[in-house]
Write a protein that binds this ligand. Structure first.
Ligand code: AMP
Length: 423
């Protein structure tokens, strides 16, 4: 029997060079979010279970069956966060952000945990980038967030993007629609899948995005939420669409997009890609307005809107090769013998001080093997140090792209490399 221990099912290691693609994506996210005035928040991985039960909703898939919940040694029920909107809202209330500033914009890049059935693009530990804006009730911020999300993926060259928008209504729109939906679905009860029969009691809106074919047929004839919006919700939703049109974001209205979390009020949206890498898990990101969540956590009535995107899915859709993104060293110094290696270390330190990636060979291997390694690593320049170079204090830098040699005094190596890379 093997005594190896593997990682937990659905939780993956991220190894180089693949991690370069993540860095690339995360840095693009950070840049786009910074341009829009979002600053980073970090919260604990673990929160009180009550936070998610109250925030996301008891009758949601996440809270009912997907949370990693445990008792700590003091018998407190804790949960590894399945999403971060609830944590952010808790932090907003806990630190009285509304007293500090009228508008707060946060972003996060963090791992989430959900005990889900695994498939490509669906894991039990997965990473999200998210944006949250508090204090703005106006519909233009909804549109700006959607546009920001769309622009991010468009710039990255992700194929087949489409944005769907919907409104789940605010105030008493939801209960009114819920009733209309229950009235329509109840006569079809027996034909619904077992999950949807249960949802009919607990959370009928969730039936709208059931993927079981028989349910889908029934849903096709269901009343639309959009016909049940009050004047305020309708006006807000129309203004979101008008702003998206001004910004040139292509979108379509999808009345069946309700999202799986209870805290949404008004606008909800999803960004989908038709990339073949994604299979059925083609939703890149989702979000919406949650104007009552801060109050639900004991804060004042502060409107808010946010989205979250899944990094694993983003990585699957981004064109380009991880190894190319990872790049190679600027300089590889090959050395023969102990004295030469020490000199190589000294030179490497001088060039690294300028910010460049320099590799040297620490192992006792021959010149041929060292050059092979320089090639494998994709080094831009190489320098060989042996007795001659040690004696004369001079050497030859070789450009691995064109093969040209540049002679130099070893003492000048940092400035020579800077000049060559700038050229
Ligand atoms: P949600 O928090 O469910 O609205 O999800 C927002 C985004 O997070 C989705 O569009 C996915 O890109 C990503 N996501 C959600 N659940 C998972 C999961 N189990 N594995 C990977 N990505 C996920």
């Amino acid at each position: 029997m093997s005594n190896k221990i593997s990682s937990v099912r659905g939780m993956n290691d991220l190894l180089p060079p693949e991690s370069a693609k993540w860095h690339f994506f995360e840095s693009r996210c950070r840049a786009v979010l910074a341009r829009h005035g979002y600053a980073e928040i970090r919260t604990p991985v673990v929160e009180s279970t009550a936070l998610f039960a109250r925030g996301i909703g008891e009758a949601t898939d996440i809270v009912e069956k997907e949370m990693y919940t445990f008792l700590d040694r003091g018998d407190r029920s804790l949960t590894m966060r399945p999403e971060m909107t609830a944590s952010c809202a808790r932090a907003y209330v806990e630190h009285s952000l509304h007293m500090r500033e009228p508008v707060t914009r946060w972003f996060y890049i963090a791992p989430m945990f959900r005990y889900e059935r695994m498939q490509t693009g669906r894991y039990r530990q997965f990473w999200q980038v998210g944006a949250e804006a508090y204090g703005i009730a106006e519909p233009t911020i909804d549109a700006e967030q959607i546009a920001m999300l769309h622009a991010l993926y468009l710039e990255l060259g992700v194929p087949g993007l489409s944005v769907s928008v919907n409104s789940v209504g605010a105030g008493d729109d939801r209960p009114r629609y819920r009733q209309a939906l229950v009235d329509y679905l109840s006569p079809h009860r027996a034909a619904l899948c077992a999950d949807c029969q249960r949802r009919l009691e607990t959370n009928p809106l969730r039936i709208l995005d059931c993927k079981v074919p028989t349910c889908k047929t029934i849903i096709a004839g269901a009343p639309s939420i959009l016909d049940h919006l009050g004047a305020e919700s309708r006006g807000h939703f129309e203004a979101v669409q008008a702003a998206l049109a001004v910004l040139g974001v292509p979108f379509h209205v999808d009345p069946s997009a309700v999202r799986g979390l209870d805290y949404y009020t008004g606008t909800v949206f999803e960004l989908v890609s038709s990339s073949s890498e994604l299979g059925t898990q083609n939703v890149l990101a989702g979000g919406g307005r949650y104007d009552t969540l801060i109050e639900r956590f004991g804060g004042p009535a502060i409107p808010a809107v946010g989205w979250a995107l899944g990094i694993e899915r983003a990585i699957l859709t981004i064109p380009g090769d991880a190894a190319t993104l990872a790049g190679g060293p600027v300089l590889y110094i090959a050395a023969l013998g102990k004295a030469a290696r020490l000199e190589a270390m000294r030179l490497a330190a001088a060039v690294r001080a300028t910010g460049a990636w320099v590799e040297i060979e620490h192992r006792e291997v021959g010149m041929k093997a060292q050059f092979k390694r320089a090639d494998k690593l994709g080094a831009r320049f190489t320098l060989a140090i042996g007795d001659d170079e040690l004696g004369s204090g001079r050497g030859q830098i070789r450009d691995m792209r064109g093969g040209q040699q540049t002679e130099l005094a070893l003492a000048d190596i940092a400035t020579v490399i800077a000049r060559l890379t700038a050229a």
